[in-house]
Design a protein around this ligand. Structure first.
Ligand code: NAD
Length: 246
């Protein structure tokens, strides 16, 4: 059987790296894309069946090269996992336009650019797109005006792409992780936020990278062949309940 190929953006660490590992365990090959050259080369150097692509998903030229390099290496693209993301938290009045643009450039522009650029290759394989949004895109809360808005837009973009690419057999779904102790989250989660999540999440804990990767790889696989346009929260029950809230 032909070996399938996934592009995973933001693959050097965190949820993207766990997703890379799960794809590899399931027999896929993975194009690992990241703008952090040193972490990417370390992570890729420790794995087989991967191609390290040092690119920035917010740069149109880089994204074009990402697709060409993946096609040249694997000959096909079966799944695009739009996982690269950045978070900058702070009071709404302190959100500068530069901060807003930085968050939108990676979290929203990156998803738009990568999906548009990979679409022709995904048409050829009737492939899948999985966008990593966030519970912060499902409901508003303080400190994340740019991050939350970018993730809400990714959810809408997922539905737009599902509507427009469905006729080509391409499925597009979004995963909304709850909190996971990655570098991204630990840089912006104060002790107050950590305590509040523990109380408000029915499972009373943060998730693991692997628990998010399981959902991503399922949605990318043929096992989800009739699932598109969906938004799946992997969040210990946070979004669907009001546990812990007065
Ligand atoms: P992380 O910081 O551990 O990993 C993100 C990776 O993306 C890094 O390796 C980084 O270098 C890369 N990256 C960032 N901007 C990039 C760009 N423009 N081009 C290429 N690579 C880029 O973070 P993570 O927690 O694993 O985050 C993965 C995704 O999950 C993000 O989209 C994030 O918003 C989302 N998410 C995370 C959490 C959480 O609690 N950790 C919760 C909800 C959603």
């Amino acid at each position: 059987m032909t070996q399938k190929c996934a592009i995973v953006t933001g693959a050097a660490r965190g949820i993207g790296l766990a997703t890379t590992d799960l794809f590899l365990e399931q027999g896929w090959q993975v194009a690992m894309v990241d703008r952090d050259e040193s972490e990417l080369s370390t992570a890729a150097g420790q794995r087989e069946n991967v191609l390290a692509i040092h690119r920035d998903v917010s740069n149109p030229q880089d994204v074009g090269a990402m697709v060409r390099e993946t096609k040249g290496w694997a000959g096909r693209i079966d799944a695009l996992i739009n996982n690269a993301g950045v978070a900058e938290f702070g009071p709404y009045e302190d959100c500068t336009f530069d901060m807003w643009r930085r968050v939108m450039a990676t979290n929203l522009d990156g998803v738009f650019l990568c999906t548009q650029e990979a679409a022709d290759e995904l048409k050829a394989t009737k492939g899948a797109v999985v966008n990593i949004a966030s519970i912060s895109g499902l409901r508003a809360s303080t400190l994340r005006v740019a991050y939350g808005t970018s993730k809400a837009a990714v959810i809408q973009l997922t539905k737009q792409h599902a509507a427009e690419l469905g006729e080509f057999g391409i499925r597009c779904n979004a995963v909304c992780p709850g909190p996971v102790r990655t570098k991204l989250a630990m840089a912006v989660h104060s002790q107050e936020i950590i305590d509040a999540y523990h109380d408000a999440i029915p499972l009373n804990r943060y998730g693991s990278e692997r628990e998010i990767a399981e959902v991503i790889c399922f949605l990318a696989s043929d096992r989800a062949s009739y699932v598109t346009g969906q938004v799946v929260a992997a969040d210990g029950g946070f979004e669907s309940t009001g546990v812990g809230l007065p």
